[in-house]
Design a protein around this ligand. Structure first.
Ligand code: AMP
Length: 611
């Protein structure tokens, strides 16, 4: 089930998509057949299937699992046991996901063949985009792409993020249009491990080729906004490099320097003047359109937690469409957006039936719904059938219903069987026989700025540690909630804390004196206790700013409760939402803030070892 797609043949690509979506159900059955035939004798599957590649047995016997269930197998492979404990094909690398387990990144198995499957997926995006936007072959794409450091497991396997793996592969270097120089960023600038040098060089190359650029983008909206922030800080130096045709001396990565020097090879004072003219002066409204005047769209994922960046992107974009082309994960690539120019709020992804075998665990509406304040509410409901008997409750791709919510379960070609990805999706319609899904949210995740995904209990544990700092001083943390403040770049976590005096619980209007240094320590303690992806974003990537605690007046959370109840929450079942999204609710808290405190230190990272 490894298909090929020629990205230079639009017609053939669109025909392939028609076939895949029309025959989605048959293809799903073939995919499952192939996965079971190959892997029924692996240690993992043999324990449930007795070596038989039997689809009925698969559905009745193979459990639906979380990462913790398969972690021992992954760790055995990381430590040198043969791949065939989970996969008949050799596991060639482990992909570190932004989801964490025990505070460390989860690791997903991958194979050489899977790289080709990803290439197929990327190739299929090309005819879809060409169908909606004319003339993309007449110019260049400025895609700001980055890699991250990798580690080697005790058995010598590489463990690295999925995009790092892809960008370092020959599939990426040999991508079809690369040899025609259609991307402004040279591969060596993308592959430069120093993220500052990489960013500087990619922006410089993008500016030098500004008149040829027809589209710009990054993978996630957060990364694109980081690039704009970087541009704000570095445009004078970038302009000086353009003016003189000489690259700054601090670009010391030799391959990167060599590649960029070929592009920035002669003085261009007129171009420097033009760029300077655009960048000089605030506000930067519409800066993208000014700097890259021929740009037709911005390609960045703005669904899920990235939706919080839409207003800021719209400000900078000058009205350009924001295009979310794909939905993927470390487990496997999943779906593509067949209507790329639709509004961000209307984006749906069509899961490609040849990428993996998909199942869907129904999520009751009340669990899937967002509370009045927009925070995820899955606290207040009874356990459903899907919780009690997930194996039998899961339905196939062809059985999902429009308007219903599901949790995605994948069985991959790489050794994951009935694995809960953790994403909640809603069916919005069908393309032929293939359902289309809106990404609703990630299970339990309350806060996210970049690739971090902080779950409710991670936050709870971190806050529990931090409040120990104030308790000996006579303060009690009576309530808290949080939100991701993305009004500035980088965004940061904000916690609202309501405090009380331990000895003075009933004197509601007694003024609180909180010591600034103590509260700053609390901020830092929370950060230190958050998982390694958060700390990496804070320390190495600097894609998250210092955590802030805002202390609110006593009684604030009662007002919040009144507000939620007025919007339909049940008084009996009301629990303080640990994350707030509605502007109105944030306004209620904000108007009662007595003090604002920021973390003064940067939490530790890297991990001694990720395994
Ligand atoms: P990772 O495994 O670290 O690559 O993260 C994969 C996760 O990122 C997915 O399971 C989703 O939760 C999220 N994600 C990826 N693509 C999208 C998208 N297009 N829209 C919303 N969320 C996405």
């Amino acid at each position: 089930m490894l298909l090929a797609c020629d990205p230079t043949d639009n017609e053939a690509g669109l025909k392939l998509l028609e076939d895949l979506t029309t025959n989605a159900n048959q293809i799903q059955q073939q995919v499952l057949d192939e996965i079971l035939t190959r892997n029924a004798r692996t240690e993992y599957l043999a324990s449930f299937l007795k070596g038989q590649p039997d689809k009925q047995l698969f559905k009745s016997q193979v459990p639906i699992v979380n990462y913790e269930d398969i972690k021992p197998y992954i760790e055995r492979i990381a430590n040198g046991e043969p791949s065939h404990i989970i996969s008949a094909q050799p596991i060639t690398e482990l992909l570190t996901s932004s989801g964490t387990s025990g505070g460390k990144p989860k690791m997903m198995p991958s194979t050489a063949e899977e790289l080709d499957r990803k290439t197929f997926f990327y190739n299929l995006l090309v005819p879809v985009m060409n169908k909606y936007v004319d003339g993309l072959d007449q110019g260049k794409g400025m895609y700001l792409l980055f890699i991250k450091p990798e580690i080697t497991t005790p058995a010598g396997l590489k463990a690295r993020p999925v995009l790092t793996s892809y960008y370092k592969s020959s599939n990426f270097r040999n991508r079809p249009f690369n040899r025609f120089n259609v991307y402004t960023s040279p591969d060596d600038a993308i592959l430069c491990l120093d993220s500052k040098q990489s960013m500087y060089c990619q922006l410089l190359c993008g500016l030098v080729q500004r008149h040829e650029v027809l589209r710009v983008g990054a993978v996630f909206a957060s990364a694109f906004l980081r690039a704009i922030k970087f541009l704000k800080d570095y445009w004078p130096e970038l302009c000086s490099n353009i003016r003189t045709g000489r690259l700054s001396d601090w670009i010391t990565d030799q391959s990167c320097r060599n590649a960029v020097s070929l592009i920035v090879s002669e003085p261009k004072p007129d171009l420097a003047d033009l760029v300077e003219g655009c960048c000089n002066g605030e506000p930067w409204e519409g800066i993208i359109k000014k700097l890259w005047p021929k740009t037709k769209y911005i390609e960045v994922i703005v669904t899920g937690s990235m939706a919080q960046y839409i207003p800021t992107l719209e400000f900078y974009s000058g009205g350009l469409p924001l295009v979310s082309t794909m939905y993927g994960s470390s487990e496997c690539y999943l779906g593509i957006n067949l209507e790329p120019l639709c509004k961000p709020c209307d984006v749906s992804y069509t899961l490609l039936p040849n990428m993996a075998f998909f199942e869907f665990l129904p999520v009751p509406v009340e669990k899937s719904h967002l509370q009045c304040n927009g925070a995820v509410s899955d606290l207040n409901c009874e356990a459903s059938d899907a919780d009690r008997r997930p194996e039998t409750a899961a339905v196939g791709l062809g059985d999902v219903k429009i308007g219903h919510y599901y949790e995605l379960i994948v069985t991959t070609f790489t050794g994951l069987y009935r694995y809960r990805v953790g994403d909640i999706l809603m069916v919005t319609g069908f393309r032929n026989a293939a359902p289309q899904f809106r990404f609703v949210h990630r299970r339990n995740v309350v806060l996210s700025i970049d690739t971090d995904k902080t779950k409710e209990d991670d936050l709870l544990n971190a806050v529990a540690e931090a409040k120990q700092i104030i308790e000996p001083l006579g303060f009690l943390l009576t309530e808290y909630t949080s939100y991701a403040d993305t009004s500035s770049v980088p965004g940061h976590y904000v916690l609202f804390w309501e405090l009380n005096n331990i000895i003075d619980l009933h004197h509601l209007y007694h003024p609180m004196q909180v010591d600034e240094a103590v509260m700053e320590k609390c901020c830092f303690k929370v950060e230190e206790k958050l998982d390694s992806v958060y700390r990496r974003c804070r320390r190495r990537d600097r894609s998250i700013g210092p955590l802030e605690i805002r202390v609110v007046k006593r009684g604030t959370f009662d007002v919040l409760m009144d507000f939620c109840v007025s919007k339909g929450s049940s008084v009996n079942q009301y629990k303080t939402p640990r994350c707030i999204k509605s502007e109105e609710a944030i306004g209620i808290l904000e108007s009662r803030v007595m003090g604002r405190f920021f973390s003064r230190e940067v939490p530790s990272w890297p991990e001694e070892s990720m395994i």
